[in-house]
Design a protein around this ligand. Structure first.
Ligand SMILES: [Zn+2]
Ligand SMILES: [Zn+2]
Length: 394
């Protein structure tokens, strides 16, 4: 199936987001390091790939073989340590051949469709160095595109190592224009733009936008007029695109108005994502970190002198957000829904089975909801949500 035809199916199906890991710096028995999968039709795009993402995929309904793109928000280990094993796993890269026998992976055709990786400066060097020094050969090619900040070198690979045998030479270095990286990926149906978000290291937020969805056309409404005036049937194409057509007798046919496509905003670690505002407004779903919360009486290691202000100050100093900060950003960009992720290890992720954990996560959700003005969901590992096309424009 071509990219275009497989993408077309997206318009008529839910976009599914599966949280593979929802922990911050320290993973726990109930939360893995950061990663989430977005399923677009049959394709899978990953956002971040923390340690053991491959294991989480195996526990989920996400198919390894369908991973087409990986978007990295920043190169902190809890967001990228799982990338090399993931590449080895889904591009058949484990093991070597001893005794000088030929390994077909030594000379791979990098013109074949490749797995695309997007990330900040250092992503390419990290992947290339890690694959090279671990003697990992892959049976499919990959390419790394880097989103370069204005203070980064705008060209070059940031490593003296030559390209890995499976690495395509087509890796782009994409400069910011007007504060954003517009359409780093774009096809007829979906596009991805990005913008910086403030963290302790260079960090990127991504917006995935679906193109306008063609309205349902009812031929019965148009055929009589088209026949009466001997108009070529090819005008149906214009009508399907939502355009109006004037027939020879003066009748004007109006095609169904396309509906606004879905928009998903996925942030990495941040204490201030405001540079995302131009590309984050009116999202159907915003995914925002909420690493630290002030939960006196609920979390046992709350210190007596902790206040909301002191917790927020500490969170921000470490480059992170509280639930209230996430809630107010969601309101500011007029998001339709908000899901929190990237939780401190002190907030357990088994709130579906443990009433105490549920109390904590409900409290975190409520803190964000007060600012947002709508209910807020706290992500749990392996939780999936479907984003459907709203029935009317919004
Ligand atoms: Zn993190
Ligand atoms: Zn980080």
């Amino acid at each position: 199936m071509s990219v275009a035809s497989s993408r077309l199916a997206i318009h008529s199906s839910p976009i599914t987001v599966t949280f593979l890991g929802t922990a911050s710096a320290m993973p726990s028995s109930t939360r893995n390091h950061s990663s989430l999968a977005v399923r677009l039709g049959s394709d899978v795009w990953l956002f971040d790939c923390g340690e053991a993402t491959q294991h989480q995929i195996q526990k989920s309904t996400v198919k390894m073989g369908k991973i087409e793109k990986v978007y990295i928000t920043h190169t902190h280990g809890d967001h990228i340590f799982g990338l090399i094993p993931l590449l080895a796993g889904c591009l058949n890269g484990n093991g070597g051949i001893a005794g000088g026998a030929e390994d077909p992976r030594e000379s791979i055709n990098t013109d074949k469709p490749h797995l695309e990786i997007y990330g900040p400066l250092g992503t390419r060097a990290y992947v290339r160095n890690a694959l090279t020094y671990t003697h990992t050969l892959l049976s499919r090619p990959f390419v790394v595109h880097e989103l370069r900040f204005p203070f980064d070198p705008q060209s070059g690979d940031y490593t003296a190592l030559p390209r890995h045998p499976s690495e395509s030479p087509l890796g782009k270095n994409i400069s910011q224009v007007g504060g954003v990286w517009q359409d780093v990926y774009k096809d007829e149906i979906v596009s991805v733009s990005a913008a910086p978000i403030l963290h302790s290291v260079p960090c990127i937020g991504y917006t995935l936008t679906e193109a306008p969805v063609p309205g349902k056309i009812d031929p019965k409404k148009y055929i009589p007029g088209i026949k009466r005036t001997n108009t070529p049937l090819s005008v149906m194409r214009q009508l399907q695109a939502g355009e109006s057509v004037r027939l020879s007798d003066g009748t004007v046919l109006q095609g169904p108005k396309p509906r606004v496509g879905r928009k998903i905003v996925i942030l990495g670690d941040t204490y201030d994502p405001s540079p995302m505002i131009p590309i984050a407004e009116n999202a159907d779903l915003l995914i925002h970190e909420a690493t630290n919360a002030h939960l006196p009486g609920l979390v046992s290691n709350t210190r007596d002198d902790d206040t909301y202000e002191s917790v927020q100050k500490t969170a921000m100093e470490r480059g992170h957000s509280t639930p209230q900060m996430a809630g107010s950003f969601a309101k500011r960009v007029n998001a339709s829904s908000l899901i929190l992720n990237h939780f401190s290890a002190r907030y357990p992720g088994n709130d579906d089975v443990d009433p105490e954990a549920k109390m904590i996560m409900d409290a975190i959700g409520s803190l964000a909801a007060v600012e947002f003005g709508r209910p807020v969901v706290c992500a749990r590992d392996l939780m999936s949500v479907d984003i459907r096309i709203p029935p009317v424009d919004h």
